[in-house]
Each structure stands twice: as structure tokens, then as C-alpha cells.
Design a protein around this ligand. Structure first.
Ligand code: FRU
Length: 438
């Protein structure tokens, strides 16, 4: 097992999103998404919907079952204050024949789960034999009276997709198992963390197309012993220690995992590298994470945004996309309108899904919103899928091209509307549509 002293440690070996790189983060014409307005109609107005993932095949492609695709979302009753939703989050599934209108099939785990008091984000595998594996974060303790923040990576294995008169349904009993817990050396345990809430969550199934290796990526934190050099020659802000972790399944079994060293860290830069996932394009590995304005270490001004990194292999030396890592953010005038982005390949482009978060804030901070009367908080929370973004990707550069409808998730072979114009924004986040760039 590796030692984590100043000389030989994971802190020094792991590719880093450095303070210098993140200091370059600045809104520009290529990364600001168009302003989001509420959809004309919500698919499931009775629930808040946020972090979402797709039922995917082993190769990462979106599964299509009897003409339907399936997504999973964290959900909570819509009457609950939006800020309270994380405390009761439940995974529900939705299916769609056209990728635009989604029908709620209900909670995916009918009988609840064996672990945790609530479920946080994950991913879902539709294996070759038709078995459904739903990976999730078991947060808190089962049956707890007072909310706690323990996090373990778990799976519900054994579901099946059945065709029904109306569409499809996820049936069968799921076997629940805790797959991974932090080891305290590569990945910080709750008791080791100082400062902000620690993270060990958001499992993402990934099979490497080049090596065939079966992996589970996740969000974590790197333990940095106090007083040790964090590797930047900068011993400050070590409590901001987000990382992207990885576990490996030697034989490809979707329930057998062993922790490996992290793929990337943001030590001294950012505390939360959320919902990590990889897109492989032209033999290069694009690693994406979501992060928040408030989780950057002091001295760095970042945004609620999708950040990305590229390397020549899964364990390569990642460099940030667009210099700073910033890929997609919200307009300056609506800085919290969307969050929790997931990028996936579509022909020459990438598509990026996310959820519609807080809007119409007119300069209010999220703390200000939490102090408003309940109806005012509810009015400003989207709680549904956001418009899917179209993104150009060339080498280490990305560019927002425009948006599809709320929650539109086209299959790879589906044609998208022609891009008659591209969305462009100035630094203040004021956007307009212009003729597409060559
Ligand atoms: C991102 C996130 C995830 C977590 C979930 C909990 O939106 O913080 O990391 O699983 O929200 O609601």
C-alpha cells in the first residue's frame, strides 16, 4: 500500500487540476449556455428531478430496448423545499420512445435499499444478458433519526426490463451490495475530512474501448496529511482536495471492484469533482466533471460549470480543456440555472444533458434564496431536465453550439436539426445567435 507522506504519495503521482490552470477560468463566447426558460410542460410535475443518467450498454452507448430508452434521476416530492431534496433523494426511472417525452415508471427500487437513508447519483448498465445494474451512492445510515452524510458506493443488481402495454417497466428484484468505501489512504474517509463535506459518491461505469478494462469512476477526496507539501509548492488550501477516483473489475464482473489510484485531483484547487465520466474520441480520453462556484479554494473564481480534461489514456496525464478546464457554464445573469452535466458523443458533436436548477434569481445568492418564503423558493427552482446542449469538440478545445429542447436525448444515429445559427455570448453572458463558424 502506498505511503502518503511528503516523499512518495498519491498526491504527487496524480495528475492535477492546478490552481494556475483554474485561475484562468473566465466566461467567454465558447462556453456560456443559452438562458433557460421553464418548459411549456413538465413530464413529472409532482416530483423534483435533478441528477440524471442513462441506461447504457457496456460500450457506453445508450441502450435501446423495444424502441425505448431509459433514464434514471434523483427525485423528491415536488412539495418539498428544493434545498431539502438531497435529504430524501430517491432514484426513479423514466422511459421514452422518442427521447423527448419521458414517462415516469416509479422508484426503481420498489422495496427501497438495504443501505443508506437516501440515494444519491450513479449510473446504470444494461448488460449483454439483459440484466440491469443500477449503481448509486448510499448516503446516510439506514433508519437514522438525524441526517448523516456517510457515503458508500452501492449497486442494485438483477433488474430486468419488461415490455408492457404502455411502454416498458423495470421489474425483478434487485440484490443490493455495498461495492466500495474509502480506504483512508487513496480516498479520504469522513473522519479525515476537514472543512467542507467529504465526498465518496457518483459511481460511473466505464469500459475502456482500447484496453477492455472495466472501471467504475467516482467522486472522492484525496487525503493530504497536514503539513505535507501538496505538490504545488503550495501548502495552503489543502482541505480543498477533490479527486476523480477509479476502481477496477479484473474479470469484468459488474459487482466485483478493487480501488485503484485516482485519475485526477484538484488538491488546493477544488473540493468537489462531481459526477465524473469519460468520453473517448479519436483515441483520446475526455474526462468531465461538474463543480460549483463555492467549492473552489480561496483565491480562485470558478463557476457552477462542466469542466473537462483530456489525456491519451485513461490513466494519462490529463490537461484541462480550453486551458482552464471550463467547458460549459451558465450565463453571468443566471449563474445557477443548470447543474450536473453529462456529456455523451453524438456523431461529430457531444451532447450535454443537465437539470434545470435555480433561475430568475436577479442577483440573489443561493443562501439568499434559502431564506425566502417557501413559495418563492419553489418558484425559482426548475426541478426538471434542462435543454440538452450541443458541443463541438476539437482536440483540446470545445465550443457551445446551441441547445435542443428540455430533456431531449437523441440516439447516436438520430439526425439533429440543422445548425442554422450558433449561440455566442459575451463575457457578461449576454448571448445571441450568429451564423455558424466554419
Ligand atoms: C450533484 C450532487 C451529486 C450527488 C447529488 C445529491 O448534483 O452533489 O454529487 O450525488 O448531487 O443530490
Amino acid at each position: 500500500m502506498a505511503e502518503y507522506g511528503p516523499e512518495s504519495n498519491v498526491v504527487e503521482r496524480t495528475p492535477r487540476w492546478t490552481r494556475a490552470q483554474a485561475s484562468e477560468i473566465e466566461r467567454g463566447p465558447d462556453d456560456v449556455a443559452p438562458v433557460v426558460y421553464p418548459p411549456a410542460e413538465q413530464d413529472a410535475p409532482e416530483i423534483h428531478v435533478w441528477d440524471t443518467w442513462f441506461l447504457r450498454n457496456r460500450d457506453g452507448s445508450i441502450a435501446e430496448i423495444d424502441g425505448h430508452r431509459v433514464i434514471f434521476s434523483l427525485t423528491a416530492p415536488a412539495e418539498l423545499l428544493p434545498g431539502k431534496r438531497h435529504d430524501v433523494a430517491t432514484v426513479r426511472y423514466f422511459y421514452s420512445a422518442d427521447g423527448e417525452t419521458w414517462h415516469c415508471g416509479g422508484p426503481v427500487f420498489e422495496d427501497g435499499t438495504a443501505f443508506g437513508s437516501r440515494q444519491w447519483a450513479g449510473s446504470a448498465l444494461y448488460d449483454r444478458d439483459g440484466t440491469v445494474y443500477v449503481y448509486y451512492t448510499a448516503a446516510g445510515e439506514r433508519g437514522e433519526d438525524e441526517l448523516s452524510y456517510a457515503q458508500r458506493i452501492a449497486v442494485g443488481a438483477g433488474g430486468r426490463v419488461e415490455t408492457t402495454a404502455d411502454g416498458i417497466a423495470i421489474e425483478g428484484s434487485f440484490d443490493h451490495e455495498v461495492l466500495l468505501e474509502p480506504d483512508g489512504t487513496r480516498y479520504e474517509r469522513e473522519a479525515q475530512s476537514s472543512g467542507m463535506i467529504y465526498t465518496f459518491r457518483d459511481p460511473w461505469f466505464f469500459e475502456d474501448p482500447e484496453t477492455g478494462e472495466t472501471c467504475l469512476l467516482f467522486e472522492a477526496n484525496t487525503p493530504v496529511p497536514e503539513g505535507s507539501d501538496a505538490g504545488d509548492g503550495d501548502a495552503h488550501h489543502q482541505e480543498f482536495n477533490g479527486s476523480v477516483g477509479v476502481a477496477v473489475s479484473e474479470n469484468g464482473d459488474p459487482t466485483e471492484w478493487a480501488l485503484d489510484d485516482p485519475l485526477l485531483d484538484g488538491v488546493c484547487t477544488n473540493q468537489e469533482l462531481e459526477r465524473p465520466h469519460v468520453v473517448v474520441r479519436d483515441g483520446r480520453y475526455y474526462l468531465f466533471v461538474s463543480s460549483h462556484e463555492h467549492t473552489f479554494a480561496p483565491g480562485i473564481e470558478g463557476y457552477d460549470a462542466l469542466y473537462g480534461f483530456v489525456a491519451d489514456s485513461l490513466r494519462g496525464s490529463y490537461e484541462p480543456l480550453n486551458g482552464s478546464g471550463l467547458v460549459v457554464t451558465n450565463p453571468a445573469g443566471a449563474p445557477f440555472q443548470t447543474y450536473s452535466w453529462v456529456a455523451y458523443p453524438h456523431r461529430e458533436e457531444l451532447l450535454v444533458s443537465s437539470f434545470f436548477n435555480y433561475y430568475d434569481l436577479r442577483g440573489l445568492s443561493l443562501d439568499d434564496v434559502a431564506a425566502l418564503p417557501p413559495a418563492e423558493q419553489q418558484r425559482r427552482f426548475g426541478g426538471t431536465l434542462a435543454p440538452t446542449l450541443r458541443l463541438a469538440l476539437e482536440g483540446t478545445e470545445t465550443r457551445v453550439l446551441g441547445a435542443l429542447e428540455h430533456g431531449h436525448l437523441p440516439l447516436p444515429d438520430e439526425e439533429l436539426p440543422p445548425l442554422l445559427s450558433e449561440y455566442r455570448s459575451d463575457e457578461a453572458g449576454r448571448g445571441e445567435y450568429r451564423a455558424p463558424e466554419e
